[in-house]
Design a binder for this molecule. Structure first.
Ligand code: 4UW
Length: 546
């Protein structure tokens, strides 16, 4: 047995970047730690309106918001839901909430009332921060909540907007006195405190709250702050870095890799509230963006879209891909336009998120890189669960300080996902001889549309509620533009004349745009194993072959 154990130990892949020292600090302290070095640098600028905030302003205003939250009666440990697009004030509010000891649960602003309701109720949000265009849907979501907890709404708005009765103004929240701010100092936020409650479906089921502490996030920020993978200029003689924050702050990638890492280096963050080619391209030129965090559809856009000229990409130095597999064809086309460094990272919401990251000197466009400092990865047989030789494909499992505490109010899902400290990712991959990871498959249910999660169960539950539907399974189909799109396999009730269009129209108003079904396949029965589990791989193979 000892012999086997040591053979297993040999199979564990450690980081080529060595160990890591995690400072005993909080997210806000870590992210704002260097502000005194560049108080006057622009921290945040709105790509739509041009409204901007210096680092000094970010620090001062986030403290005021922290004071405002406390003054409004919120207590450390309570949850603030942010239902916001990427705006400078989104980051101010988020860092403010953390300073007040509050837990941030970010909600996709494209969600409709049902989806918003699920997250607000499940997270027990004590307040919801939103913006004028979303107020009525947020109110509808709050009306739908079962039980007594009906959180109040606060809105970030223009001075000219009038807010409906009962909705508080963000500006009003900022109006605090020195003694209110002194209250912020009395809140002692510990590294072990919960900081973020972000929703992910994990390997199965409906979106669940991923419990991430200050320490989880700080650890991951330190893990990626290694000279071989860190991507800032870090030279005082050059202008500050600039990045366009088009990946949403409600998703772990856009928040930590896309924004936090750059706030620690004095970079300019151009917030893009929604992807519009013109706004994005204008930001690239106007702010001389040198770092672009992307998902595969954005690589495709930069590489192929006729509107993207050499001028638009002229200041780009680094293009970093994540959340789904990059297309090497698109990557090569982009390189023909501009010699940039293209590198990918890999990870999950459950791992804060980075597990592996490519080196800056990477030459292989499709690797997701090496294990980050202070973390370990093992590859397991997908049938037996045994650790195997990491050069053979198997399930990627990760251990390290960035792994979540568990799923919110769901011990069973936590126990199924974290075993002996190892996070089971549901992704299949292998390592090459240089310790670089390659992702080859996904064994979990999750569908990724443009890098965003779609939980099959969510669509299946909606479809099950249709009176003409007897059984259903939702699967991801490969798609050139979106990576994957959801397809429904539907078994009709006897005698039903249900059409594809009727099914699509039934789902359409109930979920956000990116979760919309692509198509429907009618079947006589859904293939299942002896325990009744849907044979998803079988279904996937039928549609991806065609
Ligand atoms: N290639 C193929 C990839 C890749 C991938 C993730 O929504 P979540 O929970 O989380 C994310 C995280 C993105 C991310 C992590 C680390 C990193 O450095 C970075 O920026 C460069 C981005 O999307 O979805 C997690 C699931 O997304 C898939 C994979 O299936 C994983 O389990 N995924 N990154 N590079 N697939």
């Amino acid at each position: 047995a000892r012999c086997l154990a040591s053979a297993n130990q040999q199979h564990i892949v450690t980081s080529p970047f060595g160990p890591v020292d995690i400072p005993e600090t909080t997210i806000h302290e870590y992210v704002l730690k260097n502000v005194p070095e560049w108080p006057d640098n622009t921290a945040l600028v709105c790509g739509m309106s041009g409204r901007e905030y210096s680092y000094e302003a970010l620090q001062a205003l986030s403290r005021k918001i922290a004071a405002g939250f406390l003054k409004s009666g919120l207590k450390p440990g309570q949850v603030v839901a942010l239902l916001l697009p990427n705006l400078p004030e989104h980051m101010i509010a988020l860092l403010g909430a953390l300073q007040a000891g509050l837990v941030v649960s970010s909600i996709n602003p494209l969600y409709g009332p049902d989806e918003i309701c699920h997250q607000i109720s499940n997270s027990d949000a004590a307040v919801v921060l939103t913006f004028p265009a979303k107020i009525s849907e947020a109110q509808e979501a709050i009306r739908q909540i079962q039980g007594p907890n009906k959180p109040p709404l606060i809105a970030i708005h223009q001075p000219t907007d009038t807010l409906p009765d009962g909705v508080r103004s963000f500006m009003e929240l900022l109006m605090v006195e020195d003694e209110d701010e002194a209250e912020v100092d009395k809140v002692k936020v510990k590294p072990s405190d919960l900081a973020l409650l972000l929703y992910s479906s994990g390997t199965t089921g409906l979106p669940k709250g991923v419990r991430l502490t200050h320490r989880n996030i700080v650890a991951n920020l330190v893990q990626v702050d290694h000279p071989e993978i860190r991507i800032d200029r870090m030279s005082k003689s050059e202008p500050a870095d600039a990045t366009a924050c088009v990946l949403p702050f409600f998703h772990i990638y856009g928040l930590t890799v896309g924004a936090f890492t750059h706030l620690t280096t004095g970079a300019k963050l151009v917030t893009i509230p929604r992807f519009e080619p013109e706004m994005y391209l204008k930001a690239l030129i106007q702010h001389k963006v040198n770092i672009a965090h992307v998902v595969p559809p954005l690589v495709q856009f930069l590489a192929n879209h006729p509107a993207v000229t050499a001028k638009h990409v002229s200041s780009l130095q680094y293009v970093i891909n994540g959340a789904a597999a990059i297309s090497s064809t698109d990557a090569k086309k982009l390189l023909e336009k501009k010699k940039v460094v293209i590198m990918s990272g890999y990870g999950l919401t459950e791992s804060s998120p980075v597990i592996t990251s490519a080196r800056k000197t990477v030459t292989n466009l499709t690797t997701v890189g090496c294990v980050v400092s202070g973390s370990e990865v093992k590859i397991c047989d997908t049938e037996t669960g045994e650790i195997i030789d990491p050069s053979k494909p198997g399930e990627i499992c990760c251990r390290g300080p960035q792994i979540m505490q568990g799923y919110h109010k769901n011990d069973q899902a936590t126990a199924e996902t974290i075993k002996d400290g190892w996070l089971h990712t549901g992704d299949v991959g292998y390592f090459d001889k240089d310790g670089q990871l390659f992702i080859v498959d996904r064994i979990k249910e999750l569908i990724k549309v443009k890098g965003f999660q779609v939980a099959p169960l969510e669509l299946e539950e909606i479809l099950q509620s249709h009176k003409d539907i007897a059984d259903v399974a939702v699967i991801g189909k490969k798609d050139k533009r979106s990576g994957e799109v959801p397809v429904a396999f539907v078994v009709k009730n006897p005698g039903s004349k249900l059409t594809e269009k009727e099914v699509l129209d039934f789902v359409s108003p109930k979920v956000a745009e990116y979760k919309q079904l692509d198509s429907v396949v009618f079947l006589d029965s859904i293939p299942k194993n002896s325990t009744g589990k849907i044979l998803r791989r079988e279904l996937r193979e039928t549609i991806n072959k065609a």
